[in-house]
Design a protein around this ligand. Structure first.
Ligand SMILES: Nc1ncnc2c1ncn2[C@@H]1O[C@H](COP(=O)(O)OP(=O)(O)OP(=O)(O)O)[C@@H](O)[C@H]1O
Ligand SMILES: [Mg+2]
Length: 362
């Protein structure tokens, strides 16, 4: 699996030219607010498909008043070194993200890269995961699925596109029934795939949490569940299709699709009793860290994937429980960690051989 050996960021966010190498498994980036810690994690996250940890548009990634950004890094994949370039190209006033592997732009090289790299991400706003909107929680689960299924985001995009197309057809005056039937069949097929992927992802996390309970002192039991008005235990393709047909006029008026995985919520039940949204902020962070630990265990032990962990602002508000969870992760897995915080001292509890980077001074 992939390990990042070094990185160079040119005209990327606040950096003109930032260059550093990573020799340790535990890399701690610290420095004042605004020095560029999150930007470095974002640069690293762009090696994978997509728009990175902040889901930003490409224009905002380019340093102000510059034309394009350029990121170079060296990846070690199964003991071999690969030179990866990521950069923008502007065509017809639109930016495109280009990735090359050893100067090769072929689809095979990109597929190889995507199969070799996987991230688990913690962002400070995840402390509010259970207070945020359902769409944030769906994205959270979808990112976890993406960490072992790198074509999953394509499924989500295809599903969203079909939903939009169906509403467009419904809202035209002359209804093309054949076209509509086709699109609805597509929606059912993509939608069921998404439901199934999320259900199996949640099952894996719940299983792993149960297994981990034996060796870890968790503060409480956590069980994830999908909350969905439409999808109860199972739904057949035919029932799904019928439901879409039945709701055509409703959906036309409402301008959206009433049922489907885009309406699901993911809830966490604590000690078989209350929802995680009722916990304190710090305890909610614990739940998120427990889920990430469970997912990491699942990836490493069942999928043979060694993810790279990008944990932004993880240093702040760590009580003993959350410190222990983080330490458990660091000690348990031989994977690469990138942790950030404003102060080096926030990480004094880490006893493992860590490399510290003062980003303010670099
Ligand atoms: N396209 C851009 N061009 C120039 N500067 C940018 C661009 N995008 C973001 N910045 C600047 O990058 C700086 C660093 O941002 P970043 O979010 O990485 O800081 P940070 O070290 O993570 O800070 P914090 O500790 O507050 O999270 C900010 O001051 C921001 O204004
Ligand atoms: Mg930051």
């Amino acid at each position: 699996m992939a390990k990042i050996k070094n990185i160079e960021l040119k005209n990327f966010r606040n950096f003109n030219n930032f260059k550093t190498s990573f020799d340790h498994k535990l890399n701690i980036l610290f420095g004042d607010n605004g020095c560029g810690k999150t930007n470095i994690l974002e640069g690293i996250s762009l090696i994978a498909k997509g728009r990175g940890i902040r889901n930003s548009n490409l224009f905002n990634l380019i340093k102000k008043n510059e034309e394009n950004f350029f990121i170079n890094n060296n990846l070690e994949i199964q003991k071999n070194n690969f030179d990866i370039n990521i950069y923008t190209e502007k065509k017809d006033n639109k930016f495109k993200k280009i990735i090359s592997v050893n100067d090769d732009l072929s689809k095979e090289s990109l597929d190889f890269l995507n199969e070799s790299i996987s991230y688990l991400i913690f962002l400070p706003e995840m402390e509010r995961l259970f207070q945020a909107s359902p769409s944030y929680r769906r994205n959270f689960i979808d990112r976890l699925i993406f960490s072992s299924k790198n074509d999953y985001n394509r499924l989500i995009n295809k599903y969203k596109k079909s939903l939009t197309e169906r509403i467009k057809i419904l809202q035209t005056n002359k209804l093309d029934t054949d076209w509509l039937n086709n699109i609805e069949r597509e929606i059912c097929s993509f939608g069921l795939d998404i439901y199934n992927s999320r259900i199996s992802q949640i099952k894996h996390i719940n299983n792993e949490l149960n297994t981990l309970k034996k060796d870890h002192q968790f503060q409480f039991d956590v069980e994830l569940k999908i909350k969905d008005e439409f999808y109860k235990n199972k739904i057949s393709f035919e029932d799904y299709l019928k439901n879409l047909k039945d709701f055509r006029s409703y959906d036309k008026q409402y301008g959206g699709t009433k049922f489907g995985p885009h309406r699901s919520d993911i809830i966490s039940i604590i000690n078989n009793d209350i929802e995680a949204s009722l916990l304190s902020t710090g305890q909610q962070k614990t739940v998120v860290l427990m889920i990430l630990l469970a997912q990491c265990n699942y990836l490493v032990n069942f999928k043979n994937i060694n993810p790279i962990l990008l944990f932004d602002e993880i240093g702040s508000h760590l009580d003993n429980n959350n410190r222990q969870l983080l330490l458990d992760m660091i000690n348990k897995f031989d994977i690469q960690f990138f942790l950030t915080g404003t102060d080096k001292n926030l990480f004094s509890f880490v006893s493992t051989n860590a490399q510290f980077y003062n980003i303010t001074e670099l």
